[in-house]
Ligand binder design. Structure first.
Ligand SMILES: [Zn+2]
Ligand SMILES: [Zn+2]
Length: 74
């Protein structure tokens, strides 16, 4: 018997303003909390967001909008 390798990839939409996120399969287009338009992919390179808690794109290293780390030097 051969085991099928099913790779389930979860992808997310993020709110660029608050910390809201939802599954990419959801119909949500706008944040339920602040009304901002959700981002479905990295604005820099267009890769999907695989981790809803990620602050940086793992493909290009760009900081996701609204995901700035606290204590950043300005
Ligand atoms: Zn929001
Ligand atoms: Zn990216």
């Amino acid at each position: 018997m051969q085991k099928e390798k099913v790779k389930i990839e979860y992808k997310y939409k993020l709110c660029p303003v608050c910390s809201f996120f939802c599954n990419l399969n959801e119909q949500d287009k706008f944040c339920s909390f602040c009304g901002s338009q959700l981002i479905e992919a990295c604005p820099e390179c267009g890769e999907a967001i695989a981790n809803p808690y990620a602050k940086f794109c793992k493909y290009c290293g760009k900081n996701y909008p609204g995901r700035n780390t606290k204590g950043n030097l300005e």
